[in-house]
Design a protein around this ligand. Structure first.
Ligand code: C2G
Length: 501
């Protein structure tokens, strides 16, 4: 049994509080509004979930200190716009090592922080260190309140913590998957609301399933594009927090974003539509930050822009749809070349131990392959930084037998090598360590001691013994001395008896 403090007593906070109480956890709920706490504890009902009975064991408090004290987990279930003020109120009572699980979905304008980043920001200001988990997926509170089978993602860089939250929240009605890509999961949670607004607007305009399917698919394409540019995992976007949540939000009658969009499509002014929905419409809140991110990462997000045009600039929905349809022709298949590069540069992708090594790798030989095999054995991902032709010539005063492109191709065919990038100067090593989040720097022991300064960058520096009696220089010399002998066999294949029978 775990002690869980729930901050926020809206529909999602209360649906989870009920579920966790029924699973045997010790649950205390806090809200910034004392009347809400009073009503919940006396009626055992949440006003937007009229059929749900709140178990008698669920405790309520108006004291933020009480909700934080002695809790294994703090569950943040306030609307995204209140996440910063709530963590500010709670921070004095939060202890190092507590797990904070956020279920609010959104992106803060200007800082462009996701919800766990906001929480981390406030904790950092007072030097506190907690594990942060984003819990997100296709999960309407209305259905969880009725124990309808549901799935969700527990996202944390620290997979042990992600699994702990998985254990605590998992039960016969809620299946929890883990994912280390916190930012991807949070981006999905925020932006799918914008796409759901678009789907709602289309229905309100009287368009059909074709339009909805188009918006969802192309909406997912623009979300994924942004996520990839930010270094998130593509798989997250096709997973539960991405596609799963988009399907539910864009098609369900329970979705406020979908409903709000529908009203706007029907001609209701956006501000009035929000009022009629009567609850927070996160898709509208997420618009400014999503557009700022698109701008920052130079990603085209036409559906998001169209929704913004309708909601914030008074554009006429029907005209916006015509404009969307008449944009320049495009291919459905984009370039994905930089994905792996982006993934590597992603600090949050921590499960992987990265090893880096530098070299010329001319006339790739057994000595090189042996070094690469042992380097790879020191981690999970091996990056070879290959001297460019200019660097070799100008700085190392080496003339290579093979060009950079040929050497690169050869290295890429070695199964221990995951990525080959160019080495262009001596100074780049320090910045490479950070850019690629390197754990271990490896060189042959002919360089022993020469790169020890990289330890200052927080990496392990390892010099592996060279394989004796083989070197590119010797091979080049031998090739030169052989003078005209090209190494090709002097007999044709026809001369050989390959079947001794
Ligand atoms: N190596 C080895 N055994 C050999 C030959 C080479 O273990 N018989 C190792 C080297 O120690 C080096 C790597 O293979 O770690 C690549 O060797 P070279 O192609 O000679 O590269 P080098 O000129 O040492 O480049 O900034 C550093 C440089 O780019 C290092």
């Amino acid at each position: 049994m775990s002690a869980i403090g729930v901050l926020g007593a809206g529909t999602w906070g209360m649906a989870l509080a009920r579920m966790l109480t029924n699973c045997g956890h010790d649950v205390t709920v806090w809200s910034a509004i004392p009347e809400e706490i009073e009503s919940l504890s006396s009626t055992r009902k949440q006003k937007n979930l009229p059929d749900m009975v709140i178990p008698i064991e669920t405790k309520f408090t108006t004291s933020v200190e009480d909700v934080c004290r002695d809790k294994d987990i703090l569950l943040f279930a306030v609307p995204s716009v209140f996440v910063r003020s709530t963590i500010r109120t709670a921070v004095p009572y939060i202890l190092d090592g507590q797990i904070i699980v956020d279920v609010a979905k959104g992106i803060e304008p200007d800082t462009l922080y996701t919800m766990t980043q906001i929480i981390r920001d406030e904790l950092d200001k007072v030097g506190k260190n907690c594990s942060l988990v984003a819990l997100s997926g296709p999960t309407h509170a209305e259905e969880v309140a009725k124990d309808i089978p549901t799935t969700i993602v527990s996202a944390c860089e620290d997979m042990e913590v992600a699994r702990k939250v998985q254990d605590i929240f998992m039960n016969s009605c809620l299946r929890v998957y883990t994912n280390p890509d916190v930012q991807g999961v949070e981006l999905c949670g925020a932006i799918k609301n914008v796409i759901a607004l678009a789907a709602g607007i289309a229905s309100g305009l009287g368009y059909g399933d074709n339009t909805k399917a188009a918006l969802m698919t192309r909406g997912m394409a623009e979300m994924t594009r942004l996520g990839k540019a930010m270094g998130c995992y593509e798989q997250t976007f096709s997973g539960l927090a991405g596609m799963g949540d988009l399907i539910v939000t864009a098609t369900s009658e329970h979705s406020r974003n979908n409903r709000c969009g529908y009203l706007i499509g029907q001609g209701v002014k956006p501000a009035d539509a929000v009022k009629q929905v009567g609850m927070v419409v996160e898709g509208i809140n997420a618009l400014p930050a999503t557009l700022q991110l698109a701008e920052k990462y130079k990603v085209s997000m036409p559906i998001t822009e169209a929704v913004n045009g309708i909601v914030n600039e008074g554009n006429e929905p029907r005209k916006v749809v015509v404009d969307l349809m008449n944009r320049d022709k495009r291919s459905e298949i984009g370039t994905t070349i930089n994905y792996e590069h982006a993934l590597l540069q992603n600090r949050r992708n921590t499960g992987m131990k990265r090893v880096i090594t530098y070299g010329t790798y001319d006339l790739l030989h057994y000595g090189h392959i042996n070094l690469l095999r042992r380097a790879k054995a020191l981690g999970d991902y091996l990056i070879v930084v290959l001297s460019s032709d200019e660097f070799n010539w100008n700085e190392k005063h080496k003339k290579t037998y093979f060009t950079y492109e040929q050497r690169k191709q050869l290295l890429e065919s070695i199964r221990y090598v995951d990525l080959v990038i160019p080495e262009e100067n001596w100074q780049q090593k320090r910045s490479d360590m950070h850019e690629y989040h390197i754990d271990t720097f490896v060189m042959g022991d002919d360089w022993k001691g020469k790169f020890d300064f990289l330890k200052e960058e927080g990496v392990e520096v390892v010099y592996l013994p060279r394989t004796p009696e083989i070197s590119s220089s010797q091979m080049k010399k031998d090739l030169h001395d052989a003078d005209g002998v090209d190494g090709e066999s002097k007999v044709t294949h026809d001369d050989l008896d390959t079947d001794p029978q």
